[in-house]
Ligand binder design. Structure first.
Ligand code: UD1
Length: 342
C-alpha cells in the first residue's frame, strides 16, 4: 500500500482519482488550496469509500510549505499533480496568473523531491496537439503552437518534466494527455463544480436542463464535420481516474519505456456537439433547448485520440460510454440542486 500525494485532490478529476486510489488499496494524501474546490468534497469522498482522505490545505506556490510537507512526509512514493488553473479564456486575459501558478507549483514540487525516488503523474491535455494533421491523434504527433497561455503551461510543464526526468535517474514521470473529461461518480456524491457560468459543454447542458441557464449555444455548425458541429473525444471522469491508478502502478513496476512517457487518455472515438445534445436527450429523457451560434475563438474543429498505446502499454482502456457520461452528469446536477455544496 503506497501513500500517493494528490495535488488538487478536492477538484473535479482529483476527487474521482482519490476515490479510485482508495478503492485500489493506495492511501491518497491531498494537498489543495481550495481555490477552485470545496472542502466538503472530503466528506463526500468518505460517503463513497468509508474513508476520509488526509488533507493539507496550502498553496504549492509557497516553496517553504512544499519543502516542509515533503520533509514531514518521507513515505510518499508517488505524486499525481492536478493542481492548476484551467480556464482557457481567463488565461488569455491574465497570462501571468497562469504561468505563475501552473509553473511555480510544478517547479516547487520537483525541487522539493529532487534526489528522492519519485513516481510522478502529470495532468496534461490533448490541447498540446492543437488541430492535429491526422486523426485519431497519436502520442507521436507534433506538439503545435499553443492557442492560449493555459495550453502553453501544459506544453512547458511537459518539457520541464521530460528534462527533469532525464537529469535525475530516480525520477519517473508519466504525462497523461486527457481528452474531454465529463460525467460524475455513479453515486452522484462527487462531480464537476463549475464556478459561475460554465465554459465547458456538459456542465452548461446540465445547468440548462435543470433551468439554471438559458438555451445552449452550439458554437458553430459550419465545420468540416458530418453535421457541421465540432468533434471531441469525451471521456468519463471515472475512467480517467482509473488511468491515474494504472499510471502509478506502471511506475511502481518500472516503466520499460524509460523515465519519461506520455499517454493519450480518451475513448478513441469522437462525438460532435449536436451528437452530445442528442445523446443527453436520449439517455435522460430530458429535452434540451439549443440554438446555433458562431464559432468560439480558439476552438479546434475536431480531435479524438488514438488509444492503442494506453491500451497496450498502460494496460488501461475506457469502459464507459456516452450514455453513462450523460446520465451521471445529469444525476449529479440533480443531486446538487437538492444538496447544494456551496
Ligand atoms: C476546453 C479547452 C481545453 C481544455 C479543456 C478543459 C478551449 C478552446 N479548450 O476544451 O484546452 O483542456 O476545455 O476542460 O477552451 N461548446 C458549445 N457550446 C458551449 C460550450 C462548448 O458548442 O456552451 C462546444 C465547443 O465549441 C467544443 C465542445 O463543445 O466544440 C467542447 O467544448 P468544451 O467543453 O469547452 O471543451 P474544449 O473546448 O474541447
Amino acid at each position: 500500500m503506497s501513500r500517493i500525494l494528490v495535488t488538487g485532490g478536492t477538484g473535479y478529476i482529483g476527487s474521482h482519482t482519490v476515490v479510485a486510489l482508495q478503492q485500489a488499496g493506495h492511501t491518497p494524501v491531498i494537498v489543495d488550496n481550495l481555490s477552485n474546490s470545496n472542502v466538503r468534497v472530503l466528506d463526500q469522498i468518505e460517503k463513497i469509500t468509508g474513508e476520509k482522505p488526509e488533507f493539507h490545505e496550502f498553496d504549492l506556490c509557497d516553496e517553504q510549505r512544499v519543502r516542509a510537507f515533503v520533509a514531514a512526509n518521507p513515505d510518499i512514493s508517488g505524486i499525481i499533480h492536478f493542481a492548476a488553473y484551467k480556464a482557457v479564456g481567463e488565461s488569455v486575459q491574465q497570462p501571468l496568473k497562469y504561468y505563475h501558478n501552473n509553473l511555480f507549483s510544478l517547479i516547487n514540487l520537483l525541487n522539493a523531491y529532487a534526489g528522492k525516488p519519485v513516481n510522478f503523474v502529470f495532468s496534461s491535455s490533448c490541447t498540446v496537439y492543437g488541430q492535429p494533421d491526422q486523426l485519431p491523434v497519436t502520442e507521436t504527433a507534433q506538439v503545435k503552437q499553443a492557442e492560449s497561455p493555459y495550453g502553453n503551461t501544459k506544453q512547458i510543464a511537459e518539457e520541464i518534466l521530460s528534462e527533469t526526468a532525464a537529469a535525475f535517474d530516480n525520477y519517473q514521470v508519466i504525462s497523461l494527455r486527457y481528452f474531454n473529461p465529463v460525467g460524475a461518480h455513479e453515486s452522484a456524491l462527487i462531480g464537476e463544480l463549475p464556478l459561475g457560468v460554465p465554459q465547458n459543454l456538459i456542465p452548461f447542458i446540465t445547468q440548462s436542463a435543470i433551468g439554471k441557464r438559458g438555451p445552449i449555444t452550439v458554437f458553430g455548425d459550419d465545420y468540416r464535420t458530418p453535421d457541421g458541429s465540432a468533434i471531441r473525444d469525451y471521456i468519463h471522469v471515472v475512467d480517467l481516474a482509473s488511468a491515474h491508478v494504472a499510471a502509478i502502478d506502471l511506475l511502481e513496476q518500472g516503466n520499460p519505456n524509460g523515465n519519461y512517457d506520455v499517454f493519450n487518455v480518451g475513448t478513441g472515438t469522437g462525438n460532435s456537439v449536436l451528437e452530445v445534445i442528442r445523446a443527453f436527450e436520449a439517455s435522460t429523457g430530458v429535452k434540451l433547448d439549443y440554438q446555433i451560434g458562431p464559432r468560439r475563438a480558439g476552438d479546434v474543429e475536431q480531435v479524438w485520440g488514438d488509444v492503442t498505446k494506453s491500451t497496450e502499454e498502460l494496460g488501461w482502456k475506457a469502459a464507459l460510454g456516452i450514455e453513462e457520461m450523460m446520465q451521471s452528469a445529469w444525476k449529479w446536477e440533480q443531486y446538487l440542486k437538492a444538496n447544494p455544496l456551496s
